[in-house]
Design a protein. Structure first.
Length: 234
């Protein structure tokens, strides 16, 4: 995906941008490649592939939710900042929180935030399930991009969502996990509001977006410790 193709694609998503935002994204790419030589951030380093599989893929969230209608956004297991940093660049009014368990990655994220002069964005070095216990009912949107089984994402993410608001899972082929997560949805008071399957384009594979609404408060005992979650998924 060339820069021109990227611009055309995000316009089709209904994203209106300024030249400054494209410059921020380009600087983000440069720093990603620089830091990737020191720490493992991504195996995808060719520019056109980064713009497609990381940048554009992050923005496909807008296919399933109107980000303009929300104020707080948490990206758990953000890694190198996908989708959280990309979302922040194009939706600067959102207050974004990034959570990652590896300190080296959080140092990279803080560098990106400083270099791009992003405001109202926080970075936490923490395990997601531990972070969730201390940030219950805080966010309008919680998202995760292909980081764990759907039942695990729901157990960790739903407690952080405000009642009536949303968790979005970004996945590849999801049907089996979706069936296996029925029990978790019921226990955690989450309802599948919408699901969307699409081709990323340029033969980059299939994607699925799942939008879960939190219908009422989740029992305080969730999320459990990760050892329990891993041993016995809901």
């Amino acid at each position: 995906m060339s820069i021109e193709e990227f611009e055309n694609a995000i316009r089709e998503l209904g994203i209106y941008y300024k030249e400054e935002q494209l410059k921020q994204l380009e600087r983000y790419y440069q720093l990603l490649i620089e830091w990737n030589q020191k720490i493992n951030l991504t195996t995808i380093i060719e520019k056109e592939q980064v713009y497609l599989k990381h940048f554009y893929d992050s923005l496909t969230l807008t296919k399933i939710i109107n980000l303009e209608e929300n104020e707080t956004f948490c990206d758990m297991g953000t890694g190198a900042g996908f989708p959280g940093i990309v979302i922040k660049i194009f939706y600067p009014k959102l207050h974004v929180t990034l959570v990652d368990s590896l300190e080296k990655r959080t140092k990279f994220l803080k560098t990106i935030i400083e270099e791009l002069e992003l405001e109202n964005i926080d970075v936490y070095h923490a395990r997601a399930e531990e972070f969730a216990c201390n940030h219950r009912g805080k966010y309008d949107i919680v998202t995760a991009r292909a980081v764990a089984h759907l039942s695990v994402l729901l157990e960790i993410g739903i407690p952080m969502v405000k009642v009536g608001k949303y968790l979005i899972a970004m996945k590849g082929n999801i049907e089996e996990e979706l069936l296996e997560s029925k029990n978790a949805q019921e226990i955690l008071n989450a309802k599948l509001e919408k699901k969307l399957h699409f081709d990323l384009s340029f033969y980059a594979g299939n994607r699925s977006l799942l939008l879960f609404q939190k219908v009422k408060e989740t029992n305080i005992k969730y999320p459990r410790r990760y050892s329990e979650i891993k041993k016995n998924r809901l």
